[in-house]
Design a protein. Structure first.
Length: 274
């Protein structure tokens, strides 16, 4: 049977059903970095690049797709946790779960970054990703929205300290996954959500200020952080994340990072001796 052009494009670009031409144009941003980008970065003095960016540039195995600036974000959020997990109340080996394996390349990067002792798992809905099981990490096949499956993976990992959601990027999936995994994230751990520019695109269930978009729901966590200062219950989207365990919400271009910590009641501090 002949396939229509949108059908072929949807399959090649892994676009969800219902994408529009505008989404398609916008989605060009999610395509692999062009060779020009490498040339530009080659000219950047290497001491201005984060260690993770340099590590990413050195990878010569299977391909992976990230945005250049993501490595700086991961470096900033993770470097000290990786070198001194005990300062965050974590223990080695660190347990890392990446949703979205694709060709397994990012698992290779994470293996080098987190070290040989780290427990690293990847999950993907595509059975082809099982080809990469055991190369750098364990790979399990299933959907990020299947909470029983995700829980079984985390049971196998004996818990999770770092979650990286680089899966479907569909707003509903991102939030469903967060609801499912947040209770399983260790205190001291970090939860990364990549490619949130998709939350502005209707084909991914997004749109600017659209209440159902993932970014709109994540923004509500700013209110959850400030829950002690007002009466009404924050968490209109029932994310199930409370102020007692949410230490920070960091928004970067297309990446949001949530950090989980056992928070003390906010108390005023008076400094000085006079
Ligand atoms: C952008 S790729 C991941 C790329 C990889 N992490 C990297 O950095 O190169 C997204 C992956 O998510 C997978 N995916 C899509 N929907 C999913 C779902 N519901 N559950 C799990 N994985 C899903 C796709 O099959 C695809 O391999």
């Amino acid at each position: 049977m002949l396939k229509s052009i949108p059908q072929i494009l949807r399959e090649r670009l892994q676009l969800p059903v219902g994408f529009s031409i505008a989404d398609l144009v916008a989605s060009i941003r999610t395509l692999p970095v062009k060779i020009d980008d490498f040339e530009v970065l080659d000219k950047v003095p290497s001491n201005e690049l984060s260690s993770l960016t340099r590590m990413a540039m050195r990878q010569n195995g299977e391909p992976f797709l990230k945005w250049w600036h993501y490595f700086d974000i991961y470096s900033r959020e993770l470097d000290s946790l990786v070198s001194h997990p005990e300062k965050s109340g974590l223990r080695r080996p660190l347990r890392v779960l990446e949703i979205g394996v694709w060709r397994g390349g990012s698992l290779g990067l994470w293996r080098e970054y987190f070290g040989s002792d780290a427990v690293i798992y990847g999950v993907d809905i595509d059975p082809n990703s099982s080809l990469y099981n055991g190369t750098h990490a364990q790979v399990r096949i299933g959907s990020q929205t299947d909470c029983a499956f995700m829980n079984s993976v985390i049971d196998e990992m004996s818990g999770v300290d770092v979650v990286i959601d680089d899966g479907s990027h569909n707003s509903r999936d991102v939030i469903e996954t967060l609801r499912c995994l947040w209770p399983r994230l260790t205190f001291g751990g970090l939860y990364f959500i990549e490619d949130l520019h998709t939350s502005y695109w209707p084909a991914w269930g997004g749109g600017l200020h659209r209440r159902t978009s993932s970014i709109e729901k994540l923004k509500s966590l700013v209110d959850v952080l400030h829950q002690p200062y007002f009466e009404r219950q924050a968490d209109p989207f029932k994310l199930g994340i409370t102020q007692q365990e949410l230490f920070s919400v960091s928004f970067f271009d297309s990446v949001t990072v949530l950090s989980k910590r056992d928070n003390l009641e906010p108390r005023p501090f008076r400094g000085g001796r006079k």
